[in-house]
Design a binder for this molecule. Structure first.
Ligand SMILES: [Zn+2]
Length: 261
């Protein structure tokens, strides 16, 4: 039986831990202390660290975690020169297998937010740890990649089974959904979702994980083929694209609008 826990860090990050009451995996430990506190409080041994991309709030705790649990801990990370402590390169050519927890992850290459960005996807368990590529109701800013790369990356996630649970690295949901409602004021599923997520935050509960199905229904960054999103993109681009624009152009116009929002 696996438990997946979001450990809050910084202002709005979630550092995810998967465990079976004995062994654990830490995903994107940007800060070591809250992860160590959790592992120690629950008497868990750390089996591996998984890293989705090189930003400090995802990698900052690797060194201290290795000091705490031993230098031999495997660290699976993308091939980027500035990830210190990586022991294994994670790329789509090979599975990441964590024997202690019986978990096998396929690595998805998802450039856009950064060029090195990857996600860890377990088809058997229906889990995807996607870092800053996809958020509940939103997506990561394009810090390094193009809108074409980012839209192709999001299309990969959109093609996962709809029940796949998505573990994002930030609690941005309510702000994202406020923007989504401006893009699609007539989206009934979106309005219903806003009520549900607002209630969760009022009770100080995480809105994550989300599912691919819920994101397909409510997240404008996965809805480049919805007519209301196309119209909004056309308006936001001041006429530089029209309704016949390609998915990446529609995505790009909505992303640029959100950046100004
Ligand atoms: Zn990032």
């Amino acid at each position: 039986m696996l438990t997946i826990v979001p450990i809050p860090a910084f202002t709005d990050n979630y550092l995810w831990v998967i465990h079976d009451d004995a062994n654990a995996i830490a995903i994107d430990p940007g800060d070591a202390l809250p992860v160590i506190d959790y592992l120690a409080a629950h008497d868990l041994a750390l089996s591996a660290i998984l890293i989705t991309h090189h930003h400090y709030d995802h990698v900052g705790g690797i060194g201290a975690l290795k000091q705490w649990c031993g230098e031999n801990i495997p660290v699976y990370a993308p091939e980027t020169s500035n990830i210190k402590g990586r022991t294994h390169t994670a790329d789509p050519t090979k599975m990441v297998s964590i024997a202690a927890l019986g978990l096998d992850f396929k690595v998805l290459s998802l450039p856009g937010h950064t060029l090195d960005h990857i996600a860890f996807y377990s088809a058997t368990h229906g889990l995807c740890f996607c870092g800053d590529v996809l958020f509940a109701g939103g997506c990561g800013r394009l810090r390094e990649g193009t809108s074409l790369e980012a839209q192709h990356s999001l299309a990969q996630l959109r093609a996962l089974p709809i029940e796949t649970q998505i573990f994002c690295a930030h609690e941005y949901t309510l702000a994202n959904l406020r923007f989504a409602l401006i893009v699609e004021p007539n989206n009934v599923a979106l309005k219903a979702r806003i009520a549900v997520e607002t209630q969760k935050r009022a009770e100080n509960k995480p809105t994550l994980p989300t599912t691919i199905g819920l994101e397909i229904a409510t997240n404008p960054f996965l809805r480049w083929d919805a007519s209301e999103v196309k119209l909004a993109a056309e308006r936001a681009s001041s006429g530089t694209i029209d309704r016949n624009a390609s998915p990446d152009e529609i995505f790009g116009a909505i992303r640029a609008w959100k950046d100004r929002f």
